[in-house]
Design a protein around this ligand. Structure first.
Ligand SMILES: C[S@@+](CC[C@H](N)C(=O)[O-])C[C@H]1O[C@@H](n2cnc3c(N)ncnc32)[C@H](O)[C@@H]1O
Length: 227
């Protein structure tokens, strides 16, 4: 079966590892990709929902049978060892991902990670950089909707120097430096939406000022002034 562009983008960022954990795996496509292509010796399929996990268990039944995949029903990193080689958490909110990483009992900064937050990417970037993580790739891509993907690793020595600007936290350093096409498209789309709201003559003054401020910021992003 051909994967969606979103799943293919996630897979393209995964690298060879011994043990791979797909947290919130649902269908388990990315684990299938890892196992089929010999990119991991073992995959941990985990999900908080029994129904979601059942989909991955069905897709990967043969791998489970021969011991190359194990399924875990649980919240976040429950059942995922701290020394796991690589972790994927995709399709959840950034705040939810932060809750998983920071959980007092099971949380940790993975050796390598690919995160695809559905929103709150800024919160996730801050958490990663303030808690011993290093960001390697961080860009916006489109597959019907716009998505952000953030991947990286646990920083050697315990923490990356916090040298991100406020704009880099908000938009992602790679987006600001390289201006990928889909990031530019998303920013232009936001600007079109802001202009639509601004045409409303009943708009309260405070809301108008907020929108105009946002418009200037996004225009600054596109012109390269906001760094
Ligand atoms: C939208 S699906 C995304 C599935 C897949 N990762 C993808 O990107 O296509 C989100 C999945 O995360 C699971 N989930 C949500 N919160 C979770 C948590 N705290 N721990 C584990 N799984 C969770 C849901 O049950 C659901 O199966």
């Amino acid at each position: 079966m051909g994967y969606s562009k979103r799943i293919e983008t996630l897979c393209s960022l995964l690298i060879k590892t011994e043990v791979f954990a797909d947290v919130g795996c649902d269908h388990g496509y990315c684990s299938e990709y890892m196992l089929k292509n010999g990119l991991c010796e073992k995959a941990i399929l985990s999900d908080i929902s029994k129904g979601s996990l059942a989909k991955a268990e069905e897709l990967l039944a043969e791998y489970i049978q021969d011991g190359r995949a194990v399924s875990v029903l649980g919240d976040g990193f429950y059942g995922v060892p701290k020394d796991v080689g690589e972790v994927l958490i995709a399709g959840m909110g950034g705040s939810e991902i932060v809750s998983i990483l920071s959980d007092k009992t099971y949380g940790f900064m993975p050796n390598r990670f690919v995160f695809q937050p559905m929103h709150d990417a800024e919160k996730l970037r801050r958490y990663i950089l303030e808690n011993g993580g290093e960001i390697e790739r961080d860009f916006t891509f489109a597959d019907g909707k716009f998505y952000d993907v953030i991947c990286g690793k646990k920083a050697k020595g315990g923490g990356q120097v916090r040298d991100y600007s406020e704009a880099e936290y908000e938009f992602g350093r790679e987006n600001l430096e390289k201006m990928p096409t889909d990031f530019v498209k998303r920013t232009k789309k936001h600007l079109v939406n802001i202009d639509k709201y601004l045409k409303n003559s009943n708009l309260q003054q405070e809301s108008r000022e907020t929108l105009e401020k946002r418009k200037r910021r996004l225009q600054g992003v596109l012109s390269g002034e906001v760094k």
